[in-house]
Design a protein around this ligand. Sequence first.
Ligand code: FAD
Length: 428
Amino acid sequence: MSHLNRKVSNVDVLVLGGGAAGFAAALAARRNGCSVTLIESQNCIGGSRTATGVDTFYGFYTPGDSPRRIVGGIPWEVANRLVEVNGCFERPNTYGAGTGITYDVEKLKVIYESMLIEAGVTLLYHTYASVVEMEDGTIKGVAIANKGGLTTIYAKYYIDATGDGDIAARAGAPFELGSPEELQSLTTIFFMANVDVDKAKMTSHKALAKLMKEANQSGQYNLPREDGSWHATPNPGVIQTNMVRVTGVDATDPFALTMAEIEGRKQTQEYVRFLNNCVPGYENAFLVSTSQHIGVRETRRIRGAYTLTEEDVVQGAKFDDAIACCGAPVEDHYAGSGTRWAYVQGDGVYHIPFRSLVPQKVSNLLVAGRCLSATHGAQASARNSAQCMAMGQAVGTASALACKTNSNISELDIFQLKNLLLEQGVIL
Ligand SMILES: Cc1cc2nc3c(=O)[nH]c(=O)nc-3n(C[C@H](O)[C@H](O)[C@H](O)COP(=O)(O)OP(=O)(O)OC[C@H]3O[C@@H](n4cnc5c(N)ncnc54)[C@H](O)[C@@H]3O)c2cc1C
């Protein structure tokens, strides 16, 4: 058979991208009775949560003195699986993003895979979703590229969980994409081992920032971000950092993304040199790994039936078609050396509406995760990982409902969807 344009038999739901959102979407659609194939360009499930090395779930709890858990369902099941394998711990966040759940990335990879395989999702790694075949505003098929050549997969419903909204954009759904200067910065996460963690903890976050500033002022170091952070991991002597800052990059531009990977690794060497030489506790530490994919916070935000705004976030807006709750603050890693924070007022919680996951102009497509329909400021809150998984569960369940009733996404009975989500442990 030719390796060009092979046709593959239909599935009910095709999920493009296996990050936090795609994982939960595939699992929910499968558990609700659909046949599901999940396409992932890398070699594991998790996206930013694993391949990028971001090892702390935020968004499960509201920030502040009396944290409330506001995310249940599949995301909470994942957290419990991590507890079962002694793979995580809870920690208060110094910036006030709320209680985080820090985990062992390798254990999470296995948990994500096990849950999908147990449910019967078909996984395809090392595979890029590329060209979209359209007919009258409906996706007919998506061509995928991998070692087997080009193949088209046909499905009834499609879920774009690529983070970048690749499929929605190619299907002709409108989207917003800031200029490279407006987009949030990228970060190469790195892990160091042999750190004297107790000693390192004696340098406060403020004191570390001062050391970074002094190092830059000495002319001997070039650290683009002076408020970077680090934290202990479940593995003794191993720490994870969020220090590197690569700005002015549109990560949907493959050339710019390549340069960002190169710049991120270069900066990593500089931060490691700084930590080794200037920060007590790091004298004998060494770099163990950089993330296999640079961390991308923001690219396309698909324009949906509703666009979540920063005002909605800060005012704690509630919606009739709520599919998830969020209490995480706006955390805007804008270009430059700082980060802008804005907190949710009122009862500290806002809703993510289902309409922000329904792209305009394409009838059988849903999106989930960081490419949801939101303004720049709102996305800087809703992109937290617990919410991305919650959005995934919502769209996976919605596509299963649409499948059962053979209906268009826009015709879905929202109250039926909400009831099903509530039955399946979702907190609304
Ligand atoms: C540096 C950094 C630090 C962060 N810190 C935190 C934190 O501490 N706590 C927190 O809760 N959140 C944090 N976040 C945010 C959070 O991790 C992400 O917003 C969230 O995980 C995004 O999930 P997603 O599934 O929408 O997208 P992604 O994680 O980007 O997943 C998308 C997946 O799709 C795949 N893909 C992309 N295009 C294609 C294609 N065309 N074909 C096939 N596959 C494709 C990718 O390989 C990837 O696996 C951080 C993010 C970054 C970048």
